[in-house]
Design a protein around this ligand. Structure first.
Ligand code: UDX
Length: 457
């Protein structure tokens, strides 16, 4: 009989959109009887006192001059690929030390059980470290199967001569990956070709991994999940969306401004557009101005989240254009950070203007809210295509931040028949999500299988 693994070590990456689902997973597994240790990056501002049920072990940055976060507030641009590669390099030694200590402590305990390591798929170095210590490891992909497939096919697209992609091909379908076009994928450019190919290889390497968890829902990505299951000879558990399964936990980076809920309480049902572009976005002055006037000109009520970090070099909310405040009067409300899930569940909210990060996408689907999609990088591009062309609950902007297009999209979503139909489809999806996480639903069943799997190594 194998050793019992009742202790799980979680290895997140330090980014809001990734830390939330992994802490949700930790909380779910804790309720199933597992003891959980989170190896978190020392400078990342998660408050362990908010999670008394989890143990925290800080990882130290092996280099000298970085704050360790994937989204450094002080920069006005962001290089995801280099950031992830360097994160894995910088924290490898500290992760080895931490896991060695955890193993030693486990051995001294009476049941002599060893931990199973569940790591964010982007923190792939954890699989190597776990393997060196003879620990089983499971990759947790906090985004969806489509995003995983994007990186899986990148080397093939390179070999077939599609990469670096030429502008003339951007609107063409990706061979073997319908309905996505080249422009919907996160692909290397000439400048980051080697780094991106290297990252894709590490991200999709499952040689020492026992299983994969994906924070998706079977009905959303059925055929892709089947393809992945055929391709990899390891179990794949789709258990999402974790925020629907986990008891409410607060993993917010920034303090939530709850005054916006009192403001929403005074608005009519489905009348407010919620506007937020997640935790990793940098708006320049022109984009901010176009967005602001697009919102004003639409004459629609809106709640707009502008985190200070999204303004890059700009000085906070004072950077909003002159006349904006007078023009919106009672119709607009701006906060630095909102309790997003509560906002999306509020009756007054009828649409979400989003960057289409995966958490925002599943939170919107889970509350039956249709979207305006303005993707920026990574999986957001693919999510926007899913929303607009597969699930048909989103309108994708094609011109970046352009006030006329924004105004027009807001009208279509919030007042036209087109928007009403999208809302109806979004409500249908919401019901399907609820059924998936209920007892007997696909995510619920997959979660039970995952629990059995990691209990039986
Ligand atoms: C990043 C990437 O950008 C995204 O593409 C990837 O899928 C996950 O990692 P992020 O940009 O932060 O994520 O976006 P998203 O995935 O949408 O996560 C943002 C989280 O912050 C959501 O859970 C949302 O509820 C929360 N949030 C956002 C708040 O709680 N309040 C806010 O005001 C804004």
């Amino acid at each position: 009989m194998g050793t019992q693994f009742l202790h799980v070590v979680l290895v997140p990456i330090p980014s809001q959109g990734h830390i939330s689902p992994i802490l949700q997973l930790g909380t779910i597994l804790h309720t199933r009887g597992f003891s959980i240790t989170v190896c978190h990056h020392e400078f990342y501002p998660v408050d362990p006192s908010c999670f008394p049920h989890l143990n925290f072990q800080p990882l130290k940055d092996g280099s000298s001059n970085n704050n360790g976060s994937c989204n450094d507030d002080s920069s006005s641009s962001f290089n995801w690929v280099d950031s992830i590669l360097s994160l894995n390099d910088k924290y490898k030694v500290s992760l080895e030390d931490s896991l060695t200590q955890i193993v030693r402590a486990s051995r001294q305990q009476i049941n002599n059980s060893l931990p199973c390591v569940i790591y964010d798929g982007w923190m792939y170095v954890a699989a190597q470290v776990a393997n060196d210590l003879n620990l089983p490891s499971v990759a947790f992909h906090t985004s969806n199967a489509g995003n995983f497939m994007n990186y899986l096919i990148t080397p093939r697209l390179f070999e077939e001569g599609h990469i670096p992609i030429q502008d003339s091909k951007l609107l063409q379908q990706v061979p073997g990956f319908s309905p996505f076009r080249f422009k919907d994928l996160s692909l290397p450019s000439m400048e980051n070709l080697d780094a991106m190919l290297k990252l894709s290889t590490f991200f999709c390497d499952t040689r020492t991994t026992s299983a994969m968890i994906i924070n998706t829902i079977e009905f959303l990505e059925q055929s892709l999940l089947e393809m992945l299951k055929k391709h990899f000879q390891i179990p794949i558990f789709s258990i999402g969306p974790t925020h629907k399964v986990s008891p409410t936990i607060c993993s917010s980076l920034l303090e939530e401004d709850t005054s916006c809920i009192s403001w929403l309480d005074k608005q009519a049902p489905n009348s407010v557009l919620y506007v937020s572009f997640g935790s990793i976005i940098f708006l320049n002055k022109e984009e901010l101005t176009e967005l602001a006037w697009g919102l004003v000109n639409s004459k629609q009520s809106f709640l707009w989240v502008i985190p200070p970090s999204s303004l890059g070099g700009l000085r906070s909310l004072e950077s909003l254009p002159d006349g904006f405040e007078d023009a919106i009067k009672e119709r607009g409300y701006v906060v630095k950070w909102a309790p997003q899930k509560e906002v999306l569940a509020h009756d007054a909210v009828g649409g979400f203007f989003s960057h289409c990060g995966w958490n925002s996408t599943v939170e919107s689907i889970s509350t039956g809210i249709p979207m305006i999609c303005s993707p920026n990088f990574g999986d957001q591009l693919l999510n926007a295509r899913y929303l607009s062309h597969v699930w048909s609950i989103g309108i994708e902007l094609e011109k970046g931040f352009c006030r006329e297009e924004i105004e027009n999209a807001i009208r279509r979503l919030m007042s036209d028949v087109e928007g009403k139909e999208m809302r109806k489809r979004a409500m249908d999806l919401m019901k399907m999500v609820e059924a998936s996480v209920r007892r007997g639903g696909s995510s619920s069943n997959n979660l039970n299988e995952l629990v059995d799997f990691i209990s039986s190594f």
